[in-house]
Design a protein around this ligand. Structure first.
Ligand SMILES: NC(=O)c1ccc[n+]([C@@H]2O[C@H](COP(=O)([O-])OP(=O)(O)OC[C@H]3O[C@@H](n4cnc5c(N)ncnc54)[C@H](OP(=O)(O)O)[C@@H]3O)[C@@H](O)[C@H]2O)c1
Length: 313
């Protein structure tokens, strides 16, 4: 089967098409094979490829296969899902550390990772959702804010932040979003009550405090501002950090939570149903063939426009 290998740590040019043996039925007890149609390109993929997560990746050395998000069809039956079922999910790449990611034609999946993709949802759209929605939901869970509380969502123009705005609004929170200039009208439709333009941390802090002089109850730091944003949090508030290298030290009784998303198939299935019903918006920026993975990484690294870049397999 075709895969993309990281041949050495470095720039996008280290990504190479390669061939690996097609997984054989039953070879991995308890797992099922999924023939992929689409795989998302996540920010973590870029950092792993560049060697920035070499510590977390530990003894795993190139060549390995990147990729967490996937959408495809079952080649083996899973509980309640016959062969051919359209499924999506994400591979907990950092937990497994086998280097068997989703930039591949076929993967082994734990049935517990799998959510059925409704017929109305394209594989490419489905592949944009799993890791991002789990991160947004689990980050908000960890904030544990009551309905009516105010949450600040940074990085609200990006995929994770955009979802966090929607989930927070649906949970009855008042949402302040930090986003790119021009995204305000869309973010208001998605549930933001107040939108602050992104900028250097001091400006963002000043603008948030101008609207909320007492500070906010919690921060979902999708934009990875880190500790520079602590001044906007009320004493005893909460801060959800989603990048392991940008976790603020706690101060003034603020609870700092570090989030690494884990698969949650039931909630993913619910989110996919909401996408089908147009009650949840996820955005695909580009769909590119697997062979163009190096260009996909260049574009993702350039932060060229909002939405997930998805590889078509
Ligand atoms: N802890 C976990 O389990 C977990 C899981 C998934 C992701 N994450 C982290 O969460 C962060 C956000 O991930 P993501 O998937 O949401 O990122 P993303 O959608 O891939 O977007 C990030 C990039 O796109 C740019 N961008 C977004 N909207 C834009 C717009 N309107 N115009 C121009 N550029 C735009 C951003 O620029 P700006 O920076 O300028 O806004 C940024 O460079 C990443 O750091 C990722 O590593 C953590």
């Amino acid at each position: 089967m075709r895969v993309v290998e990281v041949t050495a740590y470095g720039g996008p040019e280290v990504l190479r098409m390669a061939r690996r043996p097609e997984p054989e039925a039953g070879a991995e007890p308890g797992k099922v094979r999924v023939r992929l149609k689409a795989a998302g390109v996540n920010q973590a993929d870029l950092r792993i490829r560049a060697g920035r997560y070499a510590d977390s990746v530990g003894p795993l050395k190139p060549p390995f296969v990147l990729g967490t998000d996937f959408a495809g069809k079952l080649l083996d039956a899973a509980p309640g899902m016959p062969v051919g079922t359209r499924v999506g999910g994400f591979v907990p790449w950092f937990e497994m550390l086998t280097g068997d990611g989703t930039y591949a034609e076929t993967i082994w999946a734990d049935p517990e990772w799998l959510a059925v993709i409704p017929d109305e949802v394209d594989f490419t759209v489905a592949a944009s959702l799993p890791l991002a929605s789990a991160t947004a939901q689990q980050g908000l869970d960890r904030l544990a804010l009551p309905a009516g509380a105010t949450v600040l969502v940074t990085g609200a123009s990006a995929v994770v932040g955009r979802l966090a705005v929607q989930y927070a609004s649906a949970a009855g929170l008042r949402v302040v979003a930090v986003a790119h200039e021009g995204d305000e009208p869309e973010l208001r439709v998605l549930g933001a009550d107040h939108v602050v333009p992104r900028g250097v941390p001091a400006d963002v802090v000043a603008k948030v405090l101008a609207g909320d002089p007492d500070g906010v109850d919690g921060v979902f730091d999708g934009g990875i501002f880190g500790e520079a944003l602590l001044p906007v949090v009320k004493d005893g508030g909460a801060f959800a950090a989603i990048a392991p290298d940008r976790v603020p030290a706690a101060e003034r009784g603020i609870r700092v939570e570090t989030v690494r998303a884990v698969p949650d198939a039931a909630r993913l299935a619910e989110s996919l149903r909401k996408v089908a019903a147009r009650e949840l918006v996820t955005r695909v920026a580009d769909v590119m063939p697997l062979e163009e993975v190096a260009e996909a990484h260049r574009r993702a690294e350039a932060g060229h426009r909002p939405g997930r870049i998805v590889l078509m397999i």
